[in-house]
Design a protein around this ligand. Structure first.
Ligand SMILES: Nc1ncnc2c1ncn2[C@@H]1O[C@H](COP(=O)(O)OP(=O)(O)O)[C@@H](O)[C@H]1O
Ligand SMILES: C=C(OP(=O)(O)O)C(=O)O
Length: 324
């Protein structure tokens, strides 16, 4: 079983990373939507310093930007209150320009993996829209933005992705995650880029985050090393009540093809704030293991949570107890 955390401001010190290894962590993910390999140099150094004390090989995974849509930079936090209004685009929430042609009155906008919900009320200019806040929260920089029902055909890899892949070997990257994989062509493009940069041995983790990915699952299997059930964005693509069924379906297809798969996101979400998880969260880990997952990953729990070590220990201990 492989256990990943996500590298972020609350777990980047060597002493914390060492404790996460002691708890059973086998690798870490660096989310390149929030930084680059170059700007994360000192965190990566801390990671390998801590890893060297364990005497075992540890994985470094990069999660690319890929076709995923995210808001731009925000100075500090933006508080969004239920029932109030906010501008999307110029003068308000910095939105990616790829979505502009698709924004219409009554369009639903989901931010930060659906935690914040807006509806478009009125166009103000070619690059700004007045929106009503249906479900508020605190928004910070580079969070995901999704528009249910719209399919926006972004390129597989961004220029920043190519810059990061070009130096991946130098930073001892072992794994690469591609978001929003739609079909085998996305994985072939990534595989070719890896070959071009001399990284043929880097493992490919294909993130299933929308219904196109679910529909093309069987064709993706030969072109990646791992299928990733990335429930944060995937949960935006359907009524949330359907997510457990879709997770079970993906797991079933992977088992049928003897394909390794990973389950991620919100496994121990309450541990971002609390030292103990809920009963439902430990049950979620149990189900992931009994469904056949061979890797589990924490995201916000380690990247910006208050209890990264406790969360990793809870993940590993619960998963190990669940192995039949
Ligand atoms: N490389 C990073 N640099 C700075 N902050 C980060 C980094 N990675 C993660 N974080 C913080 O931790 C949060 C949770 O991480 P993650 O789940 O990977 O992000 P997201 O939910 O935005 O995809 C991010 O939203 C961000 O606030
Ligand atoms: C891990 C996920 O990706 P991201 O951190 O980009 O939301 C997810 O969507 O479950």
């Amino acid at each position: 079983m492989e256990y990943y955390g996500t590298l972020g401001p609350t777990c980047c010190e060597p002493i914390i990373l060492k404790k996460m290894f002691d708890a059973g962590m086998t690798g870490i993910r660096l989310n390149l939507s929030h930084s680059s390999l170059e700007t994360s140099q000192s965190w990566i150094q801390h990671y390998f310093d801590a890893a060297s004390q364990t005497g075992k090989e540890k994985k470094l995974m990069i999660d690319l930007i890929g076709p995923e849509l995210r808001i731009g930079n925000l100075e500090g936090n933006m508080g969004l209150s239920n029932g109030a209004h906010v501008i999307l685009g110029h003068g308000g929430i910095p939105a990616p320009k790829e979505i502009f042609p698709y924004i219409k009155k009554n369009q639903e906008i989901l931010l930060d993996d659906g935690k914040i919900k807006l509806t478009v009320e009125q166009k103000i200019s070619e690059s700004s829209w007045r929106c009503k806040i249906i479900c508020g929260g605190v928004l910070t920089a580079h969070k995901s933005i999704a528009m249910p029902g719209c399919s926006i055909n972004n390129p597989t890899l961004t220029e920043a992705d190519l810059r990061n892949l070009a130096v991946a070997k130098q930073y001892k990257v072992t794994d690469v995650m591609l978001p929003f994989v739609r079909n085998k062509a996305d994985l072939i493009i990534l595989r070719e880029a890896l070959r071009e940069y001399g990284c043929e041995d880097i493992r490919i983790f294909a993130k299933i985050e929308n219904m196109t990915g679910v529909e093309h699952l069987e064709e993706l299997i030969p072109y990646c090393d791992y299928i990733v059930i990335a429930r944060g964005d995937l949960g935006n693509a359907m009524p949330l009540s359907q997510l457990p069924r879709i997770q079970a379906h993906i797991a079933r297809v992977c088992r049928k093809h003897n394909k390794d798969f990973m389950i991620v996101t919100q496994m121990l979400d309450s541990m971002i704030k609390n030292p103990y998880p809920t009963r439902a969260e430990v049950n979620d880990i149990y189900h992931a293991v009994t469904q056949g997952a061979s890797a589990l990953m924490l995201t916000g729990e380690t990247a910006h949570g208050k209890y990264p070590v406790e969360a990793m220990k809870m993940l590993v201990d619960t998963a190990e107890e669940s192995i039949l």
